[in-house]
Design a protein around this ligand. Structure first.
Ligand SMILES: Cc1cc2nc3c(=O)[nH]c(=O)nc-3n(C[C@H](O)[C@H](O)[C@H](O)COP(=O)(O)OP(=O)(O)OC[C@H]3O[C@@H](n4cnc5c(N)ncnc54)[C@H](O)[C@@H]3O)c2cc1C
Length: 338
């Protein structure tokens, strides 16, 4: 085979990738049609949005992710502004935000404002995961988990203050969430958390401690676990809190030590964070914080992780099967070999 033909075959592999990931996925479409058979208006809206998003994943998010996941364009910690004021910010390659605008506009998080939108969110999360990395899937999932916790467990005042900005579709206006449970002494064993929450007497708490694996370190709202002073040991004594990133325009009693140098999900910023009297509001009764964190927030993450895994497998299948058809070796497409 000549060199030009080899290049054409290679290009044919690339060109065979679907332009619209939703239409190219009969199993997903069948699931939605079965699940929403009794509500055709909702099914039509879902299919319209999923088709548009399936195209954007290929035309906008994929190319952006190729750039922002590359080792030369990873997020960087920016602890001070140009005038030396502490900002505890993270700087991203602009491509990260280009992808974020397309993703948030899909309604992937905004659906959290309407109970019962699991089919829509599951479809969008799965399609987003075919990008192959979790640079935005993780922040979207964390924000969905926080929104659900606020909606189901927050007092009226806490919900009214923190929930609406999470539900924006406009990426440049939205507030994004994160979830900080893990500490050096306990990831699986969250009951070993040593961070403490001191009541201020007006419904707010001051949080002090060290969180060890904080993905979406650039989030606007942090959901976190901490033990109310005097609370019992183990999971029963843990409260679940929401902490705004800023108070009066300044970082809210926290400091990002450094960003993790990870093997995967490199496009998103995961940090180690020290909390020193950060102001936070409880989500639901403080003594039921662990229940809120696990039954709502972590269960949301588990659900999204399962969806994300299937999306990544789908991507691997699409790439591998097309490659096996396009690549020839010993005179035959390699798909013809055992
Ligand atoms: C990319 C990435 C992003 C992350 N982002 C966040 C985040 O945003 N927020 C956050 O809070 N955390 C985050 N984490 C931390 C993550 O939640 C913890 O790594 C996880 O909970 C496991 O805890 P650990 O690493 O301390 O492992 P350990 O709990 O020390 O576990 C070590 C090993 O022991 C096993 N083990 C533990 N308990 C048992 C048991 N009872 N029975 C049998 N085996 C057991 C585990 O399966 C594991 O193999 C992130 C981690 C990664 C890798």
């Amino acid at each position: 085979m000549d060199f030009e033909q080899a290049r054409k075959d290679f290009d044919a592999w690339r060109a065979s990738y679907p332009a619209d990931l939703y239409s190219a996925d009969p199993a997903l479409r069948l699931l939605n049609r079965l699940g929403l058979a009794s509500d055709t208006a909702r099914l039509d809206a879902l299919e319209r949005d999923a088709t548009a998003f399936g195209r954007e994943i290929v035309s906008v998010v994929g190319p952006a992710a190729q750039r922002y996941e590359h080792r030369d364009h990873l997020p960087e910690l920016q602890r001070y502004d140009a005038d030396g004021r502490a900002v505890e910010a993270v700087h991203f390659d602009p491509s990260y935000h280009d992808a974020g605008r397309a993703i948030w506009a899909s309604g992937i998080v905004a659906h959290s404002g309407t109970p019962g939108r699991a089919f829509e969110q599951a479809t969008l999360l799965y399609l987003l995961s075919t990008e192959g990395e979790a640079g935005h899937t993780c922040p979207a999932t964390c924000t969905i988990g926080l929104a659900r916790a606020l909606r189901r467990r927050g007092s009226d005042a806490v919900r009214d203050r923190f929930l609406p900005p999470l539900l924006e579709r406009d990426y440049d206006a939205v507030e994004r969430g994160s979830q900080f449970l893990t500490e050096v002494q306990g990831g699986s064993d969250v009951g070993a958390n040593a961070s403490v929450a001191e009541p201020l007497g007006d419904g707010r708490y001051r949080i002090t401690g060290e969180k060890w694996f904080c993905s979406v370190a650039d989030a606007d709202q942090f959901l976190l676990t901490a033990r109310a002073i005097g609370g019992v040991a183990g999971t029963k004594g843990l409260g679940c809190f929401v902490m705004p990133r800023e108070v009066d325009g300044h970082p809210n009693g926290f400091r990002i030590r450094r960003l993790k140098d990870k093997l995967g999900t490199r496009g998103l910023a995961s940090g180690e964070i020290d909390l020193d009297g950060a102001i936070a509001w409880p989500i639901g009764p403080v003594e039921e914080g662990f229940k809120t964190a696990v039954s709502i927030v972590l269960n949301t993450s588990r659900w999204a992780t399962a969806l994300g895994s299937t999306g990544i497998m789908r991507r691997a299948y699409l790439e591998a099967s097309a490659y096996a058809r396009a690549r020839t070796a010993f005179g035959n497409p390699i798909s013809h070999f055992p």
